[in-house]
Design a protein around this ligand. Structure first.
Ligand SMILES: Nc1nc2c(ncn2[C@@H]2O[C@H](COP(=O)(O)OP(=O)(O)OP(=O)(O)O)[C@@H](O)[C@H]2O)c(=O)[nH]1
Length: 289
């Protein structure tokens, strides 16, 4: 991704989201299922105020399914519905409309009681760069309305994209920033490809990944890089040196680091979740995370 968030950009993005919020009934907060905390905008609560929200855990195909279920439970204890999605394949997409209807049920019933005609639900997608906003939009609308991988352009007049006759989606998603100035969050975001590689050293990300996989997913990691039980006891630098050698990269640790990070990102080392549900007790959740 090419966006660098400077204060000016952030303020503009925030203004744009605030402006668009007026037109919608519900916000679809798109987050990366591998990073259910780190891929959120830390100020989202403040920005969207009390607007109803549906949390969408995207790229669930790349995440640890056990963790995804735990996160769904976690969010439900916070009063939110969180659906697990694979926007690329469309898995989970069908639940979006019924879940939104359920969230807005009381409001819609009140409107009905006042004799108002039932309108399609109006929604906007909000998420950090590269989380899959365009992919989801294209899936929902079933045509290529937003080019995936594209950068958000200049705000046009509000355009609504019809999703059947029950949902209308704002044509430009809200793009907000993650809290990448936090070093650990920055490494996690980098490992999933959410922030520019040049913001951090690749070997730092690779060493972080080796540590993480040794702790949580040692088996799938050891298998992929043919590391024996003994080799898995070595420290992370020695493991990186071994992987480099085993891949035939001689002493090119930079190349090995890049390969490792790319393979992890693309799911070749198996599904994984970097933010661990059990480490986030209820009271930790909120605007200061
Ligand atoms: N594996 C997997 N990849 C996905 C999924 N959703 C999106 N992607 C991929 O993630 C990358 C980013 O997707 P985009 O839809 O461009 O993301 P975006 O949020 O619109 O990105 P920006 O324009 O940078 O804000 C693309 O390569 C997509 O194919 C998913 O559910 N699973």
């Amino acid at each position: 991704m090419t966006i660098q968030w400077f204060p000016g950009h952030m303020a503009k993005a925030r203004r744009e989201v605030t402006e668009k919020l007026k037109f919608v009934d519900i916000v679809f907060e798109l987050i990366d299922a591998r990073l259910p905390i780190s891929s959120r905008n830390p100020m989202l609560d403040e920005i969207i105020q009390h607007k109803p929200r549906l949390i969408l855990l995207n790229k669930a195909d790349l995440a640890d399914p056990v963790q995804t279920r735990k996160w769904q439970t976690f969010f439900s204890t916070q009063g939110y519905t969180a659906l697990s999605l694979n926007s690329q394949k469309g898995t989970g997409i069908k639940q979006i409309i019924p879940a939104s209807q359920e969230i807005l049920k009381e409001k819609r019933e009140r409107q009905k009681a006042r004799g108002m005609k039932e309108q399609p639900i109006r929604a906007m997608i909000i998420g950090i760069p590269n989380v899959g906003k365009s992919t989801l939009m294209n899936r929902l609308v079933k045509k290529n309305v937003a080019q995936t991988g594209n950068r958000p352009g200049i705000t046009k007049g509000q355009q609504w994209l019809k999703v059947g006759n029950q949902l209308e989606l704002l044509d430009t998603p809200g793009i907000l920033w993650p809290k990448f100035e936090d070093e650990l969050i920055g490494k996690k975001l980098a490992l999933t490809g959410a922030i520019k590689d040049t913001l951090l050293h690749l070997d730092d990300i690779a060493l972080f990944a080796i540590d993480f996989f040794n702790t949580y997913y040692q088996q799938q990691y050891g298998k992929r890089y043919q590391l024996s039980a003994e080799e898995l006891q070595l420290d992370k630098v020695e493991q990186l040196m071994l992987i480099t050698k085993k891949r035939g990269f001689r002493e090119d640790y930079e190349r090995a680091s890049e390969m490792l990070v790319q393979e992890i990102r693309n799911g070749l080392v198996g599904p994984f979740t970097l933010d661990r549900a059990e480490e986030w007790e209820a009271e930790k959740f909120g605007t200061d995370n």
